[in-house]
Each structure stands twice: as structure tokens, then as C-alpha cells.
Design a protein around this ligand. Structure first.
Ligand code: GTP
Ligand code: SPV
Ligand code: MN
Length: 599
């Protein structure tokens, strides 16, 4: 037996009795085991091995077209009291939902193997690391979890005989009858449940094999369950990238940034600055756990060990360091396959390939008129392979955070960048963060919605209480050294519908302003919404951008902001009296400042 942890052994036995797998496999996390599983997945028709010379030890997987993204309408957060879950979550009575799901799980792994994956979110044994164990009937999940988290024997050792872990039960919900032939991507598209029981805590996932629905360490554990723990224990579990930025003088600060799904975290986290002499290094690209140290400094760890990155749009031009990370040992999901056994996605190269097999397994040419890769196609890559991974990315003590950025896709109204007046005002800006929906979640894209702190789909409790938790942070230590809070928008569009700001590596110009503000070296103008760069405050040396575009990027249109105020009030009204009074005061004060400024 691999462990003497009786709680774990009992739970695995119970789950096996319920799900009735043909076999149980305890994952040790070794390369040898990984090779065997990948070979098995190739034999099953799930994995397509890529060209060994071009992308060694890498595989392409094409999912069922009905299973390509997170399903927010099938995601449930189930404390016993629905008010705890809040209007931001789908709630079900935990006893009822468990009964429903037990029926689904009954015999659901027949004909399959149940894999036991002990995993650590955070460096194994680090004080802020947390252990989970995922049971799954999907090899795809095992292989991806091995990249995205730390798994295997060392985690069981860290867990010990009496250690605590979060049980995470996952099944694709597609049992095999004797002799029944499997499909490449088994799932149960009509019966998806992504359920969280924060009071246990535990995670039950059924029916989907994709991304955040199935790799349960990520959104389910590290955000929804962890946010509940963080609230209770006085820390923050956030949907944020973490980067280190060094100026030409060698001074370095760390920045965290919360942008909604597919709004630019991975790109910013490993960007190649266009400003000479500046350097960006990546600590993490999606999730950030922040705790005060005994000096009152917020320190952050990346609980993950890999990137589950958006493929379309990723190129040597937009994100060269992501491209350089993908040389080997990666899994590609829903990308296109080229005739020479490589992957391709929209905008990966200036010229598309003459022909390919689309993510739907169909012959594709540039004339086909459809996308070769799914818009939510992803790569899974080890963070250690990133050429600009930060030297401290696995430091158990975390890195000190000097600035927090909020942002999203806002074609109008929101300037390129501005700074909050203080922590309370910054928290307020987070609460009114909005963004257009993307392909990262099932449903329509391009719909503007409020997505506070980029946590709307990931906060495991009532968001009004979450805002109060943010406000409570400075009061938790004797001498708080709070990060400055900024708001950015790379997605402002002109009347002719082009992006006003070039984005990507050019975002270093905004990061430079952030650094200079933190270091007390840059001026700012007080406006009704916050502190904006002075004219010429953003270094545009060498950038070909019309003056009028730059002016528009850095202007505050008080009328346009005033038009949004009623929607902000409605957004708050959804959460009723859980919205802290201080946030209503900030909203009132914003409206008043705008009225004074509006012509
Ligand atoms: P999740 O993994 O879903 O949480 O997404 P993310 O926030 O990490 O987004 P990512 O960096 O993968 O970017 C998503 C899409 O936005 C990609 O297609 C990028 O090419 C595009 N994008 C990223 N940064 C910029 C930018 O500065 N400007 C523009 N115009 N597009 C960008
Ligand atoms: C997101 O949607 O924010 C992601 C991808 O990072 S997933 O892991 O599917 O949630
Ligand atoms: Mn994300």
C-alpha cells in the first residue's frame, strides 16, 4: 500500500465501490508511468503523437465538440445555506445534489481504470501549499494534472498518515459495457456537474473531461474551495498572474494582475518587453495565493506547476516566450494537425498551412472558411520550461507583491491605465470590473458583464462577502504594506473597430509607469475615476501611435462613465445588503466627482 492515511484509503475504497472501476491505479508521478499512460492513450485513439523531431514527447487531443470549455451554468457551489453561495453561484442543496450525483456515479467507471492522483497545489511541503487527491477515469486528466500540479509519491509522503487533503472525485461519465468500443473523448455532455461542497470541503465533477471542469486542482480547488479557506484564514486566493519586472537599473518589483479568462494573463505574465533594458519574469499565469508575512507584506505563490494556455493568437510575435516553452513535453487540446505531424492554430504563423486537419478531425484549408483550431484550444506546458520563469517561482515563502492590476476587455470608456487613490478605492474598482465574455466559457462571446476581480465564475462564496474580505485585509496586520492597485485596458477600440493600443510586449510601457508610481517617480493627474498618467507619462519612444489615439487612450469621458453608473448600481443590487457600505459610498463619490466633471 502506498499510504497509511486511513481517511484517504477509506475514501478511495468508497469511491471504488460506488464507481465500480475495473482497476485502481495509484499514480506515482514518475516519467516512466507518464510514458506508459501516454502510450495507452495513443492506443486508445485519444492522443495523437506529434512529430518526434519537431515536438518530442508531445501529443494532440481533439475533444468531443460538446466538451470544449468550462460550463458555468453546470457549476455548482453548495454550502448548506444558499446565502453563503450568493447570487454569483448556482446553488443546490448539498444533500440533494450528492444524492443526484451518487446515482450518476453508480457504476460510472465500469470498463475503465480509476486513477488516484495525489497532488500538491504549491511546492510540496511549503507552508502555504495544500494537498488534494483526484480520483479520475481519464488518462488525459492524469497526464495534464502531472503538468499542471505536483503529483505522486512525494505528495503522499508530505500528506503522511494523518494529513488533510481535499477529495476530488472526477468521472467522464461514460462506462463501457463488456466488448463496447471506446470513443477518443468519452464524456457525458448532457449530464455535466461541476460541484463544490465547501463545508466538507470536497469537489465532485461528472460528465466533462475538459480543462477547469476536470483538472480539479485548478479552478475548483485553487480558486473556489481555496477562496472559502482564504476568507476564513485571512488570506487571498485570486485569479491572477504573477510577474517580476526589472528596470534597466536592476530594480525589481513583483506585480499580480487579475484579468478574466482569455483576457491576457498568460501573455502579460511572460511578455518580452519592447522597452530596452527592461525584463519581465514569470512566477505564474493564472492563480495567485497571497498571504501577509510577519512584516505586513503581502507575499504570493503560484499554486500551479504548468500553464493551461489559450493557443489561438499565440505566436512568436505576440508571445514568444510561450512559443519557446512549447518545444516538448506538452499536451495540445483542440488545435489543428498539420500534415507533418505538428500543431497549428489561428495566428500562430503569418501564413496558415496550405492544409491541415481541423480540431473537428475534418480536412481544412485556408479557403474552408471555418477556424482550424477551436477558439478555446489550449496547450498544457510545464512552467519549468518557460525561458523567463522567475528564479523565485517555487520559493515556498512566495514573492512580495508591490502592485495589483485589474483589467478586462473594454472596447470603450475605460482608459489604458490608471491608479486607485487607495486600497478601498482600488477594491471598489475591482468590484466594478467588467469584461466581454470569451470562448473560455461555454456560451455567447463578446457580452459585457461585471466580473469583479475576474473572480465571478471562481469565487466560492457570496461576492458581497468577498468584497468585505478584500476591505478587511489592511486591518489584519499591525503595519500593513499594501500593494498599490491599478486598472488597465489593452482592448480599447477606435470608432473604426481597431485596437487603439498595440498590446503584448508594448504593455511593458504601462508596466514601466506602474513601477515608477510604486517607486514614487512618476507624476499622476487626479481625475474622477482615479490617478491617470500625465501627458507623456507613458513612454512611447519608438512606438508608432497617432497622438489622437494616445489622447483617447488616456482620456476620461465623464459622460460615458456616468452612463455606466445605473448598471453599476444594478450590479450591486444583485448582492443586496452583503455589499459593504464603503463600496456604496465609493460608488456615490464616483458619481458625484463625475457630475462635477461632466460638462
Ligand atoms: P485564461 O487562461 O483563460 O485565464 O486566459 P488569459 O487571461 O491567460 O489570456 P491569454 O493571455 O491567454 O490571452 C487570451 C487572448 O487574448 C489571446 O488570444 C491573446 O492573443 C489575446 N491578448 C492577450 N494580450 C493581449 C493584448 O495585450 N492585446 C490584444 N489585443 N490581445 C491580447
Ligand atoms: C479560465 O477559463 O480562466 C482558464 C481555463 O484558465 S480553465 O482551466 O478551463 O478554467
Ligand atoms: Mn484562467
Amino acid at each position: 500500500m502506498k499510504t497509511n492515511n486511513q481517511t484517504l484509503l477509506n475514501w478511495v475504497n468508497e469511491a471504488a465501490e460506488l464507481c465500480q472501476p475495473d482497476a485502481i491505479h495509484w499514480c506515482d508521478g514518475t516519467e516512466e508511468e507518464n510514458q506508459r499512460l501516454c502510450a495507452q492513450a495513443v492506443q486508445d485513439g485519444t492522443f495523437i503523437p506529434l512529430n518526434e523531431a519537431k515536438r518530442p514527447n508531445s501529443f494532440l487531443v481533439m475533444s468531443d465538440p460538446a466538451d470544449v470549455a468550462r460550463v458555468e451554468d453546470r457549476t455548482f457551489v453548495c454550502p448548506s445555506d444558499p446565502r453563503e453561495a450568493g447570487p454569483n453561484n448556482n446553488w443546490r442543496d448539498p444533500v440533494d445534489l450528492k444524492a443526484t450525483m451518487r446515482q450518476l456515479y453508480d457504476g460510472c467507471m465500469r470498463g475503465r481504470t480509476m486513477y488516484v492522483i495525489p497532488f500538491s497545489m504549491g511546492p510540496v511541503g511549503a507552508p502555504s501549499a495544500k494537498i488534494g487527491v483526484e480520483l479520475t477515469d481519464s488518462i488525459y486528466v492524469v497526464v495534464n494534472m502531472r503538468i499542471m500540479t505536483r503529483i505522486g509519491t512525494e505528495v503522499l509522503e508530505a500528506l503522511g498518515d494523518h494529513g488533510e487533503f481535499v477529495p476530488c472525485l472526477h468521472s467522464v461519465g461514460a462506462p463501457l459495457e463488456p466488448g463496447q468500443k471506446d470513443v477518443p473523448w468519452p464524456c457525458n455532455a448532457d449530464n455535466k456537474y461541476i460541484a463544490h461542497f465547501p463545508e466538507d470541503p470536497s469537489i465532485w465533477s461528472y460528465g466533462s473531461g475538459y480543462g477547469g471542469n476536470a483538472l480539479l486542482g485548478k479552478k475548483c480547488f485553487a480558486l473556489r474551495i481555496a477562496s472559502v479557506m482564504a476568507r476564513r484564514q485571512g488570506w487571498l486566493a485570486e485569479h491572477m498572474l504573477i510577474l517580476g519586472i526589472t528596470n534597466p537599473q536592476g530594480e525589481k518589483i513583483y506585480v499580480a494582475a487579475a484579468f478574466p479568462s482569455a483576457c491576457g494573463k498568460t501573455n502579460l505574465a511572460m511578455m518580452e518587453p519592447t522597452l530596452p533594458g527592461w525584463k519581465v519574469e514569470c512566477v505564474g499565469d493564472d492563480i495567485c495565493w497571497m498571504t501577509f508575512d510577519d512584516q505586513g507584506q503581502l507575499r504570493a505563490i503560484n499554486p500551479e506547476a504548468g500553464f493551461f494556455g489559450v493557443a489561438p493568437g499565440t505566436s512568436m510575435r505576440s508571445n514568444p516566450n510561450a512559443m519557446r516553452t512549447l518545444h516538448s513535453n506538452c499536451i495540445y487540446t483542440n488545435c489543428a494537425l498539420t500534415p507533418d505531424g505538428d500543431v497549428w492554430w489561428e495566428d500562430m504563423t503569418d501564413e496558415p498551412p496550405a492544409e491541415a486537419t481541423s480540431w473537428l478531425g475534418q480536412p481544412w484549408t485556408p479557403a474552408t472558411g471555418t477556424k482550424a483550431a477551436n477558439p478555446n484550444a489550449r496547450y498544457t506546458a510545464p512552467a519549468s520550461q518557460c525561458p523567463v520563469i522567475d528564479p523565485a517561482w517555487e520559493d515556498p515563502a512566495g514573492v512580495p507583491i508591490s502592485a495589483i492590476l485589474f483589467g478586462g476587455r473594454r472596447p470603450s470608456t475605460v482608459p489604458l491605465c490608471f491608479e486607485a487613490f487607495n486600497w478601498q478605492h482600488g477594491t471598489f474598482l475591482g468590484t466594478i470590473q467588467a469584461s466581454e465574455t470569451t470562448a473560455a466559457q461555454a456560451g455567447r462571446v463578446g457580452i459585457l458583464r461585471y466580473d469583479p476581480m475576474a473572480m465571478l465564475p471562481f469565487c466560492g462564496y457570496n461576492m458581497g462577502d468577498y468584497f468585505a474580505h478584500w476591505l478587511s485585509m489592511p486591518g489584519r496586520v499591525a503595519q500593513p504594506n499594501m500593494p498599490r492597485i491599478f486598472f488597465v485596458n489593452w482592448f480599447r477600440k477606435s470608432d473604426e473597430d481597431y485596437y487603439l493600443w498595440p498590446g503584448f510586449g508594448e504593455n511593458s510601457r504601462v508596466l514601466k509607469w506602474v513601477c515608477e508610481r510604486v517607486q514614487g517617480r512618476a507624476q499622476a493627474i487626479e481625475t474622477p475615476i482615479g490617478l491617470l498618467p500625465v501627458p507623456d507619462g507613458i513612454d512611447t519612444t519608438g512606438l508608432n501611435i497617432p497622438d489622437e489615439d494616445m489622447e483617447e487612450l488616456l482620456s476620461v469621458d465623464a459622460q460615458a462613465w456616468l452612463k455606466d453608473i445605473p448598471a453599476m448600481r444594478e450590479h450591486y443590487a444583485r448582492f443586496g445588503d452583503t455589499i459593504p457600505a464603503a463600496m456604496h459610498q465609493e460608488l456615490d463619490a464616483l458619481e458625484q466627482r463625475l457630475r462635477q466633471a461632466a460638462p
